[in-house]
Design a binder for this molecule. Structure first.
Ligand code: UD1
Length: 430
């Protein structure tokens, strides 16, 4: 069983380069099957989620070729099956992007229904409502969602909640519908803009992505293109917060600083220095971190995917902080683990009340989900002593070369996959 062994207490120092955005990649890889021509996608993060989605894409008959580590060619001309089975969807929810992509291209899709997930219940009613508004029949039976349409017709769709997934799925389906579609109350995340730019590069006509009203003129076919994915806002944020928690000095390179503004603002509030360049952000830790309050919100608000990492910083800040989670109801599972490290955090409803402590101490930990897992790594890097983190396959879903990048910043971290290796590393680090 793989685990991380971490010896904490050292400030992170140096430069780290950020890869392509996982959540943009998931939308873009699915959208790439919508043409019969070859599409080349660059800056694809080589993480478990993208690898599983590529397997699902191959599973329906498309051709997938890794040109080199972060560049992938997809040809959807040979798709013979419009069924995406549970094997993929249970590993990665975002396989449901193939619902919108296949529906747009073939007027038909069958995808296993995604189940609950360890950050809370995640309904897909807005996706279904949107597909129906375009004229598709949507049935749920035997654990599958099936969409079918004689004809897809543009429509005016008002989302009841701001949903990244529904916005992307509907952009894909509507861009090959007949006529005009307006998506209102759309999500505005940078990866929505990236998926829209990619579809436009394939010949779609989508305007307004990045605002809450997206206007789409349907086109009858899409063509091949070459496209490079934007940098990952959450990977960048994770390293920025790791610098803050360890009192470090880290330059996070190859990013779009504008996408990181809500994170930079919070780091400045807690006393860190944040210096921005054209494509880099430098975070210098504070002598003493200050408390503050945070509430997660859709972009441009503070991202829910950075909430656990923020809590780690606040667990080490002087005074009382409040962290309110307004997107997913079950995103505080890491709190018990932080408290086992000496944290003083109490959760009531959707709010964590944090009393800052001077030090956290190393402990045996288990990653409850992707971002909470990354947060525990940050906590372990900041803590006194050695921590062992299990269930790191969650972390590998979304971070490429995580431990290697941290080692490059001076962190004492090793991924081990046997008790013997773990013991050997622990002896080495004392
Ligand atoms: C995406 C991200 C995830 C991030 C989340 C919020 C991907 C692959 N994942 O997830 O990392 O944490 O955005 O930024 O991009 N909702 C409904 N009905 C729906 C759809 C959503 O009620 O049909 C609710 C959800 O329960 C949640 C909120 O809307 O409370 C936001 O969810 P959504 O933006 O759809 O998240 P995902 O796309 O699943």
């Amino acid at each position: 069983m793989e685990q991380y062994i971490i010896k904490g207490g050292l400030p992170l120092k140096g430069e780290v380069s950020i890869g392509g955005a996982k959540n943009a990649a998931l939308g873009i890889l699915a959208a790439a099957i919508m043409t019969d021509e070859t599409v080349t996608i660059e800056n694809v993060p080589n993480v478990r989620d993208t690898r599983v989605l590529l397997q699902a894409i191959e599973g329906i008959g498309a051709k997938v070729k890794y040109v080199y580590n972060n560049s992938v060619q997809i040809n959807g001309g040979s798709i013979c099956d419009k069924n995406v089975d549970y094997e993929y969807i249970k590993k990665i929810r975002a396989s449901y992007y193939l619902l919108g992509a296949l529906l747009g291209k073939y007027r038909e899709s069958h995808v296993a229904l995604p189940g609950g997930c360890n950050i809370g219940s995640r309904p897909i009613d807005q996706h279904i409502k949107g597909f129906r508004a375009l004229g598709a029949e949507v049935d749920i039976a035997h654990g599958m969602i099936c969409t079918k349409a004689e004809k897809l017709t543009g429509s005016h769709i008002y989302f009841d909640v701001v949903s990244v997934g529904a916005t992307i799925n509907l952009m894909m389906a509507a861009c090959m519908a007949e006529g005009d579609t307006i998506l209102e109350n759309a999500a505005k995340e940078p990866h929505i803009v990236d998926v829209a730019n990619f579809l436009n590069a394939m010949g779609a006509n989508i305007k307004g992505a990045g605002t809450d009203v997206i206007r789409i003129k349907g086109v009858s076919r899409l063509h091949g293109t070459t496209y490079s994915i934007i940098p990952d806002q959450i990977e960048a944020g994770t390293f920025m917060f790791a610098s803050a928690a360890t009192g470090g000095d880290v330059v996070v390179k190859d990013v779009i600083p504008k996408h990181l503004e809500s994170l930079s603002a919070k780091l400045i509030e807690v006393g860190c220095q944040v210096i921005e360049g054209d494509d880099w952000v430098r975070v210098i830790g504070a002598k003493e971190l200050k408390c503050t309050n945070v509430k997660t919100l859709p972009y441009p608000g503070f991202p829910t995917d950075m909430q656990p990492q923020m809590s780690v910083v606040l667990a080490l800040a002087k005074g009382s902080s409040m962290v309110t989670e307004s997107i997913f109801e079950n995103r505080f599972k890491y709190v018990d683990e932080l408290n086992r490290m000496g944290g003083r955090i109490k959760v009531e409803g959707n709010t964590a009340y944090i009393e800052g402590v001077e030090v956290l101490t190393g402990a045996q930990l288990a990653a409850p989900d992707l971002r909470a897992g990354a947060a525990l790594v940050i906590a372990a890097l900041a803590a006194d002593g050695v921590s062992e983190i299990e269930d790191i396959e969650y972390i590998q879903r979304g971070y490429e070369d995580f431990e290697r990048k941290l080692q490059g910043l001076g962190a004492v971290i090793e991924r081990t996959d046997s008790e013997r290796e773990a013991q050997k590393f622990k002896l080495k680090i004392g």
